[in-house]
Design a binder for this molecule. Structure first.
Ligand code: HEM
Length: 178
């Protein structure tokens, strides 16, 4: 999957803009999630790192950890969990503002490509994990309609991230690394 991903990313179609109803659904469900942002964020990252252990490689302080209990105690993991949740919060609050959305995601994409050197595929994987964990943690709120709206929002996130990775020629950076 990892090897094939780069071509898929280049062919990504721009997702449609969110409708008013979808934005309302996202903001309504997010209010519940955000009330428990630290727990939810940590649960998302633990799921990411246990289901996709290679995703840990980028984190100096827990790349060696196997035990979810040990991960839970990692300050670096908790910090990144909160950063992801805070960024999502900004995106949800500004769902009507396409420029703000693009600007937030540009900053994230640039630092992750240039400084952290994260393969863009992990953003798609993380989007799937977020959707899965939110659906499990809030089954009543995340009905089929909410799942559809969230999948569209996360598609928008991933579209922006891969667009910026493409602009800074991630692929050629990657080839010349080390
Ligand atoms: C929507 C998804 C994500 C958001 C909003 C996000 C956000 C952030 C933010 C705000 C920071 C700190 C500031 C910076 O360096 O830019 C950060 C750091 C970092 N992120 Fe992410 N991130 C996301 C996904 C990922 C993924 C998928 C990975 C790797 C699997 C990753 C790996 C890292 C690493 C290694 C750091 C540095 C950690 C440290 O120095 O403690 N991020 N992220």
């Amino acid at each position: 999957i990892l090897g094939a991903s780069r071509e898929d990313e280049e062919q990504l179609e721009r997702p449609g803009t969110l409708t008013e109803t979808e934005i309302a659904t996202i903001q309504h469900t997010w209010a519940k999630v955000y009330g428990r942002k630290e727990d939810v964020g940590v649960a998302v990252l633990i799921r990411l790192f246990t289901s996709f252990p290679l995703a840990k490689q980028y984190f100096s302080q827990f790349r060696h950890m196997q035990d979810p209990g040990e991960m839970r105690a990692s300050v670096q993991l908790r910090q990144h969990a909160l950063r992801v949740m805070n960024a999502l919060h900004t995106l949800v609050e500004n769902a009507h503002d396409a420029e703000k959305t693009a600007a937030v995601l540009r900053t994230v994409a640039k630092s992750h490509a240039l400084r952290h050197r994260v393969e863009p595929t992990y953003f798609r994987i993380l989007a799937g994990v977020i959707q899965e964990v939110l659906g499990e943690a809030f089954p009543e709120a995340f009905d089929a309609e909410a799942q559809g709206a969230w999948s569209k929002l996360l598609g928008v996130v991933y579209w922006h991230i891969t667009k910026v990775y493409g602009e800074i020629s991630w692929a050629s950076l990657d080839n010349t690394a080390e």
